[in-house]
Design a protein around this ligand. Structure first.
Ligand SMILES: Cc1cc2nc3c(=O)[nH]c(=O)nc-3n(C[C@H](O)[C@H](O)[C@H](O)COP(=O)(O)O)c2cc1C
Length: 182
């Protein structure tokens, strides 16, 4: 059976995902791109993965970086998703609130979670490379609702009409670096 590109894309679009911006430092510069292929791999050791397109401008930057960060976008951060998927000449980090993570990868403010990783494995995956990262540092703000993606469109979690608003907890910070997020 031949799999045609449009059908493949339509089938994959049935799977709803969150949206992340994966960042790294390359020759001292912050680099990043919008990624929805992020997924968890293992709890012990703590591993995550994402697929990096071979034809992206940031391919070599990310492939050669020893660390990367996964910034999980919150519901109000659609402009960041669009900016980090647009040509890099537009200045992806211009005006964005970010700071260095403990291992030098840019951590973006206002995100629902930030995970900084060391690159543990790289696998060939057709026109992508699969990067597996071991999580060294994490920050989570679970009260921030996530930005979602489904059928090539942005989406949001439907509010639960009868559920009371949960109290806003303190941000969770874990790992080797313990700075609170701004
Ligand atoms: C919602 C969304 C999800 C994306 N997910 C991925 C992904 O998982 N891996 C990837 O390599 N590119 C992904 N892209 C595409 C890149 O963000 C975009 O092509 C890239 O930023 C262009 O990069 P370049 O200018 O560095 O070539 C996604 C784009 C969007 C809008």
């Amino acid at each position: 059976m031949t799999i045609d590109g449009d059908g493949f894309r339509a089938a994959l679009g049935c799977f709803a995902t969150g949206i992340t911006v994966v960042t790294a430092r390359s020759r001292g510069r912050p680099v990043g791109l919008t990624v929805n292929s992020f997924n968890s791999v293992s709890l012990d050791p703590p591993l995550v993965l994402f697929s990096l397109g071979r034809h992206t401008h940031v391919y070599w930057d990310l492939l050669e970086a020893p660390h990367f960060a996964v910034n999980v976008l919150a519901q109000d951060q659609r402009p960041l998703s669009e900016r980090f998927a647009a040509p890099p000449a537009s200045g992806r980090f211009k005006g964005v609130a970010w700071r260095d993570g403990p291992f030098g990868s840019p951590l973006i403010g206002g995100t629902a979670a930030r995970l900084e990783c060391t690159v543990a494995h790289k696998y060939q995956g057709g026109d992508h490379v699969i990067l597996v990262g071991r999580v060294l540092h994490l920050e989570a703000e679970p009260h921030r609702r996530p930005l979602l993606y489904h059928q090539s469109a942005y989406a949001a979690l439907a509010p639960e009409p009868l559920a009371p608003e949960p109290p806003v907890p303190e941000p969770l910070v874990a790992g080797l670096g313990r700075r609170a997020v701004s």
